[in-house]
Design a protein around this ligand. Structure first.
Ligand code: PLP
Length: 420
């Protein structure tokens, strides 16, 4: 699992067997590049640790919803976690199955519930009593029974960035721990719902196992109470959130993480329950890079800027979360290095990709922004009327365009002006 899909060979960064220089020349920049081998390795790390256990891995579609990425997972036998009807459509288009898909999210619309019921999703992860009421009514209207799990907020501190921590009381997600038992009683009494499980999702980019074990312990305590009330819980869904190495973080190894969680559930006497995992970032994050070209080097009294052709509209994480991404020259060159802020062309001071990076570069050089496979392209926008980047997937020594670069005319094709 240590194989790095993106490595320098003779001073030139490669994606598997393909030079990043040739990718940029062939497909232009900014360019997202994914490695099939890296996606497969991450998947196998989860699947391998689940083999022979009562455990299922659901790839969280929102981290990277490109059809080719989802299809790689679908071919490996993945189940999926979605947060919208749009993502359901992507799963189905990519060869995934509704009956292997769980539907998460705090604001499901009536139309989305109807679509998911008609497609036959495996479970609705419900986040509030009003949502239970709505789902019950929608299920009745289409003559179905909706399988439900309640997302419980275990109120544990995942020790991550406040914007991506979701398991605390102060947060919009989930049903409060103290209200969950009553919510289960309410759900069990609704005629068009069938309680099947319990779930939580405590945050993202979590680099320790302890918060998961704390969450699991609290969930299992609740499961015992709920079953005392006569409601059977078939599965325990521990959510996603496992972190990756962007800089110097040392998250647990995927296999170790999975085994530790499963062992804990077993040792608490709940080994007969099916366990669901919903990884996003840890499946795709380090399976992608963003290639960008240096447009200008702009020396300054206080700072030097490397102005590149990728921007916050292409990769929003630095602007949104002050997130760190490794940035390195695609070609290692013998030119003087300087400390640069790597920034994009968008008219916002927040438009930066990396701060204070020591780089040996010249205008026209290519840079690789690392760990861009998760929450990268999916969060991109057309701000400043910039077409979204192309996406390619490398498989061995072949590269495939898996999403064409957007052209400007597409960006306002749906717009009209008022009559004369
Ligand atoms: C976002 C999300 C995930 C995936 O989170 P990662 O941090 O990318 O692993 C899983 N489950 C739910 C409910 C989510 O909202």
């Amino acid at each position: 699992m240590t194989r790095s899909a993106f490595a320098h060979v003779d001073g030139v960064l490669h994606a598997e067997g393909v030079s990043a220089v040739s990718l940029a020349e062939q497909f232009g920049t900014p360019l997202y590049v994914y490695s099939r081998a890296a996606l497969t390795d991450a998947w196998q790390a989860y699947a391998g640790a689940c083999a022979g256990r009562r455990a299922t891995v659901h790839a969280a579609v929102k981290a990277n919803s490109n059809l080719a990425v989802l299809n790689v997972f679908a071919r490996l036998g993945a189940s999926f976690d979605i947060v919208s009807a749009g993502e359901l459509a992507r799963v189905l288009a990519a060869g995934g199955k509704a009956e292997n898909t769980v539907f998460s999210g705090v604001g499901k619309s009536v139309a989305e519930m109807r679509e998911a019921l008609e497609a036959g999703v495996k479970c609705f992860n419900v986040e509030s009593i009003p949502e239970l009421d709505r789902l019950n009514a929608v299920a009745a209207s289409v003559g179905k029974t909706a399988p439900v799990s309640l997302r419980v907020n275990p109120d544990v501190d995942a020790k991550t960035h406040p914007y991506i921590s979701t398991g605390l009381k102060s947060n919009k997600f989930g049903i409060a721990f103290d209200e969950a038992r009553a919510a289960y009683r309410a759900a069990a009494a609704m005629t068009h719902l069938r309680v099947v499980g319990i779930d939580c999702h405590i945050g993202s980019q979590i680099t320790e196992i302890e918060p998961y074990l704390d969450a699991v312990d609290k969930l299992l305590e609740l499961v015992t109470q709920i079953e005392t009330d006569g409601v059977t819980i078939h599965h325990v869904d521990v959510g996603g959130g496992l972190g990756i190495t962007y800089d110097d973080e040392t998250p647990p190894d995927i296999g170790e993480f999975v085994r530790t969680v499963l062992d804990r559930i077993e040792s608490r006497g709940h080994g007969h329950r099916e366990v669901y995992f919903e990884p996003g970032r840890s499946l795709v994050g380090n399976a992608g890079i963003l290639l960008t070209r240096v447009e200008y080097l702009k020396p300054g009294a206080e700072k030097n800027f490397a102005i590149v052709d990728a921007a916050m509209n292409d990769l929003a994480r630095p602007a949104m979360y002050q997130a760190y991404h490794g940035i390195e020259p695609v070609v290692q060159r013998d030119v003087p290095s300087h400390v640069y802020d790597v920034v994009g062309p968008v008219c916002e001071s927040g438009d930066w990709l990396g701060r204070e990076r020591l780089l040996a570069i010249e205008p026209g050089d290519l840079l690789a922004v690392r760990s861009a496979g998760a929450y990268g392209f999916v969060m991109s926008s057309n701000y400043n009327t910039r077409g979204r980047a192309a996406e390619v997937m490398v498989d061995g020594d072949k590269a495939y365009v898996v999403r064409a670069r957007e052209e400007v005319r597409q960006l306002f094709a749906g717009e009209t002006i008022l009559p004369a």
